[in-house]
Design a binder for this molecule. Sequence first.
Ligand code: ADP
Length: 400
Amino acid sequence: MKVLVINAGSSSLKYQLIDMDNESVIAKGGCERIAIEGSFLKFKFNGEDVVIEQPMPTHSEAIKLVLDTLVDQKYGFIKSMDEIDAVGHRVLHAGEMFTGPVLGTEENIEKCLSIKELGPLHQVPNIAGVKACKEVMPNTPMVLVFDTTFHSTMPEKAYIFGIPYELYTEHKIRRYGFHGTSHRFVSGEAIKYLGLEGKNSKIITCHLGNGSSISAVKDGKCVDTSMSFTPLGGVPMGTRSGDLDASITEFIGRKLGMDATETLNYCNKKSGMLGVSGISSDFRDLRNAAEEGNHRAKLALDIFAYSVKKFIGSYSAALGGVDCLVFTAGIGENDGNIRKMVCEELEYLGIEIDEAKNAERNNGQIRDITKAGAKVKVLVIPTNEELVIARDTLKVAFGK
Ligand code: ADP
């Protein structure tokens, strides 16, 4: 069976067509600059980049172009659209309405739109992708897979903030958490790798990418996570500030003459590693600059590693110990320096890494970088959010 996975953003739409018989990727690519002049579709064909420039005023044109290209005589990967058995969509937010993936019925789509306020940048484009797909493939099952639902098992004490309770009951203000498909996938892989299925396990997963979050996972279920009401919370990230004393935002607004929305934008887009270093949000640039002696680049890296370390300490307290620490995503999988900085001085918890193993390059496989004899397993696990979405899609659409 073949599943098309769609990740629709405000001006982009990424896709992967996955053959679920062997879980291999048949085709992948993405449309960029949707609703902006100069839109194009880019994908790999026989190892070469192919770019097709075409106006895409809305997500509908983008989806149509993706599907036409998938069955194209020259660049096609399949003979007909009927070969696509189901479509899985990444959707940011389930609010408190769903605790797992659901069918993309009209009713569920409306429910998702009813909470668009909780994720204004993502929810509407995500659903626009679903609607556009339904239009072109009315008889193909659509499945919605959420970034938040893995975190729905958190206890109240982890998700209620110290503000009046009515703000939760009336306005749904609580911790939701994001990157759920990734935390679910890598914690599940760690449990399998360590033979802990059906046994008690305490795992801390560090998804460190452009956006970063850390989760505490007990017996396969999330009990706490660092991202919060929105993906702005937790550790400082590429361009996001992470957790801030709330009074700082009011103060910044006053000092820089910005309203609340502008201040929030500032915290989301101009802060984090970019803001501290003044150079870049990309860790490779920061490493190069730090090695050349740039103090602020080094400081940004130090702040990041220190913040991740503090979450590991706090989650080992929340879990009452830790059996396994997992690193994943762009930085977690590739940046041995950050992994080393995070793990330094965590020996007291039983976390120690083997420097030689840690320095090996990412090979797309699970890597055990634990120092011989250390109590806690430290694993590098490549994440695969698309595969999780495709698996969920088969389960929800066909019960497989
Ligand atoms: P996104 O949140 O956009 O999915 P990714 O998980 O792809 O982000 O992570 C992107 C980040 O990973 C980049 O900004 C970069 O900082 C970092 N990264 C990617 N490759 C490397 C590498 N080889 N070494 C260090 N950092 C890397």
